[in-house]
Write a protein that binds this ligand. Structure first.
Ligand SMILES: *Cc1c(COP(=O)(O)O)cnc(C)c1O
Length: 229
């Protein structure tokens, strides 16, 4: 089966990249990105060992959640609109895309309503591309300060999306930069923050990302094939 074979290959590559960076492959978690993938195929991926899936749209996540529920852990990896927080707050394991103060406030409010602390990653726009969401690198410290007193938001790391390029090596500088920011935030030690995760690397560039310290990789097309919209 394609999904099984694809996963075997990806796991082998993860192992090689982990060795290169002197780490354990077991410490690197695959988030299977299931946007546009139908429920039957997601179920097959779960059957062959996928434990975590990532969706970038709230409506798609909730539709699939209705069927699959706690058979798998749900990650929200795309830009999250404030008015949609209420639909996913009780469903997600981790929000990868905390990218504004207002969003943090809304997550805090909705999480408070259900008395649950929500784990989030701060998305950083390391490349500075206009088209990308995320806190700009020189705003990161101020951002962490601004959300420090939000009791129901717990920041556990950082996320970034590198610019797309045919030449994988070109992504390395962006992953290095996120790692530097990560180390700095960890050193400064904000109240509601414990740095554990670096979510970086996709089908095209996960090996480089792992070599630079990623421990969450968000992989879609390399598992499920090219997306059809
Ligand atoms: C679609 C998507 C991915 C996965 O992309 P692939 O290239 O298919 O692996 C990862 N992260 C985010 C935020 C995405 O939107």
């Amino acid at each position: 089966m394609a999904v099984f074979d694809n996963l075997q290959l990806i796991k082998e590559k993860i192992k090689q990249s982990a060795i290169k960076s002197s780490r354990n492959a077991e410490d690197i978690q695959i988030i299977a990105v299931t946007k546009t993938v139908d429920i039957e195929l997601i179920q097959k991926a779960i059957d062959v060992g996928i434990t975590d899936v990532g969706e970038n749209r709230v409506q798609e996540l909730t539709r699939k959640y209705d069927v699959l529920s706690d058979k798998v852990k749900w990650h929200l990896i795309g830009h999250l609109q404030k008015n949609k927080v209420k639909y996913i707050i009780d469903k997600v394991e981790l929000i990868h895309s905390l990218d504004s103060y207002d969003l943090a406030l809304e997550i805090n409010r909705r999480a408070g309503d259900i008395n649950r602390i929500i784990n989030c990653l701060v998305q950083v726009n390391v490349s500075g591309e206009e088209s990308k969401y995320g806190i700009s690198p020189d705003e990161v410290n101020r951002f962490f300060e601004s959300i420090e007193d939000l009791k129901y938001v717990h920041v556990v790391g950082l996320m970034t999306i590198a610019p797309y390029t045919e030449e994988k090596e070109e992504t390395r500088i962006y992953f290095k930069k996120l790692k530097d920011i990560y180390n700095n935030v960890a050193k400064l030690g904000f109240k509601n923050t414990s740095m554990k995760y670096l979510s970086m690397g996709m089908s095209n560039d996960f090996e480089v990302a792992i070599e630079e310290g990623a421990n969450l990789v968000r992989i879609g097309s390399a598992i499920f094939g090219e997306r059809e919209y």
